[in-house]
Design a protein around this ligand. Structure first.
Ligand code: NAP
Ligand code: MG
Length: 480
């Protein structure tokens, strides 16, 4: 069994002794994907030193050099998408098709930011004072600390690492401990591309040790974090103590409104995709289905019929629609919310049963909790599993009010055939991303990504907007 380490200052650092964690396949617990280092906080110090030492020279490289290196990574990811996708499905449990799709997305993101390296544009303006000109320079932020969750093991690292490097920053990256294999595979492709040592560093290990060291390190100039609200709050608080720039993407409780005039076949496909694909483990998952009373019973009936066709199984089998839950702790969380729903009295749980398959894994059938109220815990707390609720709305106005009545604001959606409702919902939805006749999950890489309220904090990610976080401006006044 290979033992894998961290990547610091251009070298792989494998700990001596037995500071390792076994990475298990959630579809088959007998399958050990690898043994990965549990690095120390001292290694984060080394990584930050390496990143600091490399940063000034990296910031001075020609944008073409940075573009070429990023394009090299993009091409390598895309060329290897089948194998990388298999590895990702094996360690995280989303289906092979979903995993390959995520890998291709990661390649496209590196390609997009390869181009962005050449568009690090400043601005030139006449001063209000005669004979003076003003130049607004755009510069890197410095050393960027990157902390990522387990549910998109390669795409989320890609959409933070690629813009950081494109704009002349150096990186200390801490991936989630549940998915170090995909992160290490990405790190190897970055190594092969030939970046100068210290420009990109990855330290793998526990969030409480390595993550904590990254987000509290005085040598880090900006922190971009995706994960849970509780850890995100801690990251922001400790960043504020040092006035460190911070960007957070956190949880969601995303509403999908089914209007009275919705095409119900379309609505059911969108709801099934948004709620259950990727095992419901997406921050943008459609977790609250808010259904107009006029179509409530017909929608629920069709949902239950469609759900009965969904095949839960081994992530690597081609017949599988929904892979296993990622680990035992997430499975316990899912089962505990189903138990809470069963005790409500006014709600009914359909599905949500533990399933046995040929291999031992964390298999759970998709669950629909009908008859819920918006203030029930299953509607106020993020569950992060293949579980959706149904909330009956009196009419469209009531549906909009319910959709916005949540502490979160990541994504929202509406199924409607009316132009009027489509326009109205786009305007009134209090979410960072709004979908019409599309699942709440599933976004493009070249436009801003992020939410409002307790879902996001700081500048948005992705697309041309990524420069707001990964660069800073300097305003220069010149009298010639
Ligand atoms: P998490 O538990 O918050 O962990 C996220 C990352 O933070 C992991 O790398 C974790 O390390 C690390 N970490 C833990 N404690 C830390 C600390 N004290 N200091 C610094 N880092 C620390 O989240 P998760 O369970 O991996 O992911 C699920 C969550 O991510 C959900 O809430 C989901 O909504 C959210 N998410 C949001 C988006 C979005 O864009 N809005 C996208 C995807 C996921 P370990 O893994 O080693 O513990
Ligand atoms: Mg967690």
């Amino acid at each position: 069994m290979s033992q894998q380490g961290s990547y610091v200052a251009g070298s792989w650092v494998v700990p001596r002794g037995d500071e390792f964690r076994e990475n298990l396949n959630p579809s088959n617990l007998a399958d050990v994907v690898g043994r990965f280092a549990r690095s120390s906080a001292a290694l984060v110090d080394d990584a930050v030193d390496a990143a600091r030492n490399a940063q000034k020279a990296w910031a001075r490289t020609s944008p073409q050099t940075r573009a070429d290196l990023l394009e090299h990574v993009a091409a390598a990811i895309l060329a290897d998408s089948a194998a990388l996708g298999e590895l990702l499905a094996r360690e995280e449990g989303k289906t092979r098709a979903e995993a390959v799709g995520e890998v291709v997305r990661a390649g496209q993101i590196f390609r997009f930011f390869s181009g962005e390296a050449l568009r690090m544009t400043g601005e030139h303006q006449d001063s209000t004072r005669e004979g003076v000109s003003v130049t607004i320079h755009r510069e890197p932020v410095g050393v960027v600390g990157i902390v990522t969750p387990w549910n998109f093991p390669i795409a989320i690292p890609a959409w933070k690492i690629a813009p950081a490097l494109a704009f002349g920053n150096t990186v200390v990256f801490k991936p989630a401990e549940l998915v170090p294999a995909s992160a290490s595979a990405l790190a190897k492709l970055i190594e092969l591309a030939g970046f100068p040592p210290g420009v990109f560093n990855m330290v793998i290990g526990a969030g409480s040790v390595v993550g904590e060291a990254v987000v509290t390190h005085p040598g880090i100039d900006a922190i971009t974090f995706t994960g849970s609200e509780s850890v995100g709050q801690h990251v922001a608080t400790s960043a504020a103590e040092r006035f460190t720039k911070v960007q957070l993407e956190m949880g969601g409780k995303n509403p999908l409104v089914i209007a009275a005039d919705a095409d119900l076949d379309v609505a059911v496909e969108i709801a099934v995709n948004g709620a259950y694909f990727a095992t419901g483990q997406r921050c943008t998952a459609s977790s609250r289905l808010i259904v107009d009373r006029a179509v409530h019973d017909a929608f629920v009936e069709r949902m239950l019929a469609r759900m009965a066709d969904l095949r839960v199984g081994d992530a690597l089998e081609s017949s599988t629609d929904i892979g296993p839950v990622v680990d035992s702790s997430q499975l316990d969380t899912d089962l505990s919310y189903l138990a809470i729903a069963r005790e409500l009295g006014h709600a009914e749980v359909h599905g949500g049963e533990r399933l046995e398959r040929a291999t031992e894994g964390y298999y759970l059938s998709p669950a629909l909790i009908t008859g819920t109220q918006n203030h029930d815990r299953v509607n106020t707390e993020e569950m992060f599993g293949p579980i959706a609720t149904v909330i009956e709305a009196d009419d469209y106005e009531h549906a909009v009010a319910l959709a916005n009545d949540t502490p979160f604001g990541l994504a929202s959606g509406i199924c409607t055939t009316s132009l009027r409702l489509s326009e109205d919902f786009q305007r009134r939805s209090d979410a960072g991303m709004v979908m019409v006749n599309l699942p709440t999950a599933g976004v493009d890489p070249h436009v801003p990504f992020g939410g409002r309220k307790r879902s996001s904090y700081g500048p948005k990610e992705q697309g041309a907007h990524a420069r707001q976080f990964f660069t800073q401006t300097k305003t220069a006044y010149v009298r010639a």
